[in-house]
Every structure is written in structure tokens, then in C-alpha cells.
Design a protein around this ligand. Structure first.
Ligand code: CA
Length: 237
């Protein structure tokens, strides 16, 4: 089971990541709130991956990354930056310093999982990889193809231009065809950390997804009083 360590002072981000990893299953998470404890915790815990916040009280995630990379015991541990700074320079600095990837806050559960899986796939030996990785990274169903790591979507070869939120909602639905999804569950699982999605805006996203799907709009069914369901291909197509 991959062990993930998160270094983050914002409690809402820690609990959102805890929730995401718990619902995905197959991860063990340790949270470090105090930046001074990050290096010792990484040395003693030897996690398989570190999620590292940049803006920490009295510290900077980039300094912690430097310390991790200078220590022989922690050097091989892959690091994903959690950053509120989306400037290109910050990204380059982060990646030049030896971070494996970064996610810009606010980020969604689906995006975080895709990045974790991609980094673990690159860095963990075969056989030690999370089994859910392949099923979580890409969905191909009823002519619809969704790739979470590249965020690309197409229907019968034709690209779909989806907004990030629309992608997440469609990905969740399409990865569990035939199952009815409650509105509340969809909202919980596609909410960007720190940004909630109202029920009405979920319905608006669904409306937009259907419009973009064109004739394939019937792939998403409304389940009265519950929410939405992605039609199993053999049901309709
Ligand atoms: Ca912070």
C-alpha cells in the first residue's frame, strides 16, 4: 500500500486529501502540519510520495524540498508540490529543484489522484504499484474516451472541449457506468478544495456536458430525485 505524506498547514486541505485518498482506497496518509517536522518525519516514515505545500507558516516548501533532496535517505522520495502560485516561473523553479509534479490550488480530487498515480507509476517498482491506477487514469466507454492525466476527452475520435469541472463530473460518471450517482456524492467528489459546488451549478455543468456531447447526450441519464447515471453502452448504443 503506497504511503503518502502531506506537509500542509491548512486543515481544510489536509482533510480534503484524507477524504480523497480514503475514498480511492489503497493509500496510507500521514499529515505533517509543522514544517520543521517535515524532514525528520520523512526520514523516519520513508513515505512513497510527499505532497508538499509551498506556503507554510514560517517556512517555504521549496526549502523543505531542497533539504529532502540533500538528504540521502529522502532524496529518492518523489514530491508533488501543492501550490497556490500558478506562475510559470514558480513551476519551473519547483521542477528544476527536483519536484516530480505540482498541482495548483484549488485542485479537484480527480486531478490529485491522477497526479499521485502518475508519479507512483513512474517511481515505484513494478508489482508495488497501486492496482487501481489503470482504472483511475483513463476511461473508455461507449465511444467516449477520457484521460485524466492529460485531461483530454473525445467522443468517437472527436475532441470534446470540457471545462475542468465538466471533465471531473463526466469522468466520475463514465468510470462507473450503469450506476446512479446522487447529486450530493457528485458534488463531494468533484469539489475543488476550498471551493464548493452548489447543486444548481452541478445541474448546469451536466447541461453543458450534454450540449458538448451532442447526439451522445443520452449517455447521461437523469435519475429522478437522485442524480445522474452514465448509460452502459449495451443499454443504448
Ligand atoms: Ca499553506
Amino acid at each position: 500500500m503506497p504511503r503518502i505524506m502531506i506537509v500542509e498547514d491548512e486543515e481544510c486541505i489536509v482533510s480534503a486529501v484524507e477524504k480523497t485518498l480514503a475514498s480511492a482506497g489503497g493509500f496510507a496518509l500521514t499529515a505533517v502540519r509543522d514544517p520543521a517536522k517535515a524532514l525528520p518525519a520523512a526520514i523516519s516514515g520513508k513515505p512513497d510520495l510527499i505532497l508538499l505545500d509551498i506556503r507554510l507558516p514560517g517556512s517555504d516548501g521549496r526549502h523543505i524540498l531542497k533539504a529532502l533532496k540533500e538528504n540521502a535517505a529522502t532524496r529518492p522520495i518523489p514530491v508533488i508540490f501543492l501550490t497556490g502560485m500558478s506562475g510559470e516561473g514558480d513551476k519551473v523553479i519547483g521542477l528544476d529543484m527536483g519536484a516530480d509534479d505540482y498541482v495548483v490550488k484549488p485542485f479537484g480530487a480527480m486531478e490529485l489522484l491522477a497526479r499521485i498515480h502518475a508519479v507512483l507509476r513512474r517511481t515505484r517498482p513494478r508489482g508495488a504499484r497501486p492496482t487501481a491506477a489503470s482504472s483511475l487514469d483513463a476511461v473508455s466507454v461507449g465511444g467516449l474516451k477520457l484521460d485524466a492525466s492529460s485531461r483530454s476527452a473525445s467522443f468517437r475520435g472527436k475532441p470534446l472541449r470540457l471545462q475542468p469541472k465538466e471533465f471531473e463530473i463526466l469522468f466520475l460518471l463514465a468510470s462507473r457506468p450503469g450506476r446512479a450517482h446522487a447529486r450530493g456524492w457528485l458534488i463531494d467528489n468533484t469539489s475543488s478544495y476550498g471551493m464548493s459546488v452548489a447543486t444548481r451549478s452541478l445541474d448546469t455543468h451536466i447541461k453543458n456536458i450534454r450540449r458538448k456531447l451532442g447526439r451522445a447526450r443520452r449517455l447521461i441519464e437523469t435519475v429522478p430525485k437522485i442524480g445522474y447515471r452514465f448509460v452502459r453502452p449495451h443499454d443504448r448504443f
